[in-house]
Structures are given as structure tokens and as C-alpha cells.
Ligand binder design. Sequence first.
Ligand SMILES: *Cc1c(COP(=O)(O)O)cnc(C)c1O
Length: 359
Amino acid sequence: MKAWEANIRKVVPYVPGDQPKGDHLIKLNTNENPYPPAPGVARALQELDYDRFRKYPDPAVTDLVHTLADYYGAGDDQVFVGVGSDDVIAMAFLTFFNSGKPILFPDVSYSFYKVWADLFRIPYETPMLDDEFHIRPEDYARENGGVIFPNPNAPTGCLLPLEAVENIIQHNQDVVVVVDEAYIDFGGTSALKLTEKYENLLVVQTFSKSRSMAGMRIGYAIGHRDLIRAMNDVKYSYNSYTMNLPSIVLGVEAVKDDGYFRETLDKIVKTRERAKVRLRELGFTFPDSMANFIFASHERVPAEKIFQALKEQQIYVRYFRQPRLDNYLRITIGTDEEMEELFAFLEQFLKQEEQESAQ
Ligand SMILES: *Cc1c(COP(=O)(O)O)cnc(C)c1O
């Protein structure tokens, strides 16, 4: 071994979902939005003068920060914008989780948390979800170095009621509590208004799911100005120009068109509720989801087998080869047409499986 190899930072990276290429494929594996971004985004993109690319973008992301602050009724100094919520959450880990005490997040949760904790050498403990995949707030009432959880949780889709979220914050006022609301727009109640009451609460949201802009990489955090100032200090110590110009300009346009936003959300929620009925008819069980995906297990056919069969049909869903999760499929809610194709295939495939096992 060469001497320098001993000093390499060794990490086990997060594994993102596949981004398969092809014409006729149905992509229900990374919780993207099946509908395009707001029409104003397309217009602004066409009008964007490429000569502006010569210059650095605004390091403070002023326009987008202001637009978001306005939209959520917060002050500009209470909003932090980053390169997707992954960047925002990584900054929050680096900024707030430095006590040396273990931070807490659920055992079944967004698997990136563990990766950042390892990368930044932050100790952590992972309280177990209950048998129905629900977070137990009482597990977070012990000494710790900080708390983070997604709400609704991923990959389960389970929503923790706002009172339970507040209960966790109340028991943790000496540390920063981060609520990762990547899926909150699909039907949950945001903890945003609790940021007025609790200075230690940071709420993180993203443009990647509900705002149809995963490719632009925009995420944001809202919280007390002291939290936001601390995050900006860390950001400016790392990379001042995180947000590129098109993301800033187009992000503003996406927020402006609230009517379009509500319309697409409504469509996805309706499709999700119909999907719950259809999946039950097909013999699937799942925790009730308030996100844009359903985490489903079949009563007879193993998830991995269904996953493979779907993949051969160019229908991509997410499968986690992990204890406790390995008999589930995480199915993103697509358009009605995409979901119909999924159900039609499942119906025929499951029938065939049943006939074979009966023989
Ligand atoms: C998708 C997701 C994110 C990250 O989204 P970005 O694309 O980086 O904004 C963060 N947390 C959870 C729980 C997610 O599902």
C-alpha cells in the first residue's frame, strides 16, 4: 500500500436510483414529478440571455431567496437556498451537528443521512420505527446531538402529524431539529409555522418533487435567522457560488405560478388515491402514503420477483435489498396513463404467478 492511501477519506457513498435511458419506458423509481414544470419556466428559459453566463451568479441567490420568503411569509434572512435539498441538508449537518453526541434519525429513512454522518464523522443512533413503520416521538426524547427525519418519511410515505412533530421539537430545544419535508406538498401539514415558535427548528424543502424540477437542483431551508446565518457562514467557507444562473431564474418562475403548482399536486394526489385502491385489489399491502409514492408489499409474490418482471417491461420502480425493506417496492406516482400500464401488467403477471404456484 502506498503511504498516501492510508490518508484517503474512505466513505460508502449513497446509491441514487437508476436513470435509465430509452423512449418507451415508465420511470417510477426516483419520485420525480410526471408533469412538466410551470409554463412560465419554459418562457423564462427561452428568454434567458446566454451572455449572462460570462459572469458569476449572485452568491446570495437574492431573487430566489426573496421569492421564497415572500411565498412562505418569512423574512429574507430566514431562507437558505442550495443545490437541491441534498446540498442544504449536507450544509445543515456540517453546521449544526458538532457536539460529539450522537444525532438521531429513524432506522428506516432517507439513506443519505447515514452517508453524511459518516462523511462528516458525526456519531448517530437510529431509533427503530414501530411495526407499522411509524416514527415513535418518545424515541427522540433522550440526550442527543441533533435530530433529523423526513416528514412524510421515505421510503414509507408515512406522515407524522404536526402535534407529534412539535412534541419532538419540544423535547429537543438544546439541539437543532431538521424536518426534511421533501414530500410535504402532497398532502401533509408543514412544520413551517412552528419555525416562528422554535428557534432550533429548520424546515427543508425541495423543487425536485412537487415542483417538477429535479434537474435544476434547487432546495431550501427556512428557520430562525441565526440558523440561516450560521449555514451561510459555512456555505461561504466552502463554495460561494453554489447556485447557477438558470436555476435561480427558473426557480423564481416556478414559485410564481402557484395555480399550476396546485393543479399538478391535485392531479398527483388523485392518482395516488386511485392507485391505493387498485394496488389493494391486486393483493398489495402498504402503509398509508401521503407522499408521491407508495411503499407496497405483495401478499404472495416476493417484491424482488415483481421488480425484475417490471424492469423487463421497461417499468422502473425502486427496490431496496435491505433487511426489513426487501419485500417492498417503492412505486412513484406517475401520470394516470403510466399507472394504468403498470396495473395492467401487474394484473396479468400476478395472475400468471398464481397459476404457476397452484400447479
Ligand atoms: C428526494 C429527497 C431529497 C433530496 O432531494 P433534492 O433533489 O436533493 O432536493 C431529500 N430528502 C428526501 C427524503 C428525499 O426523498
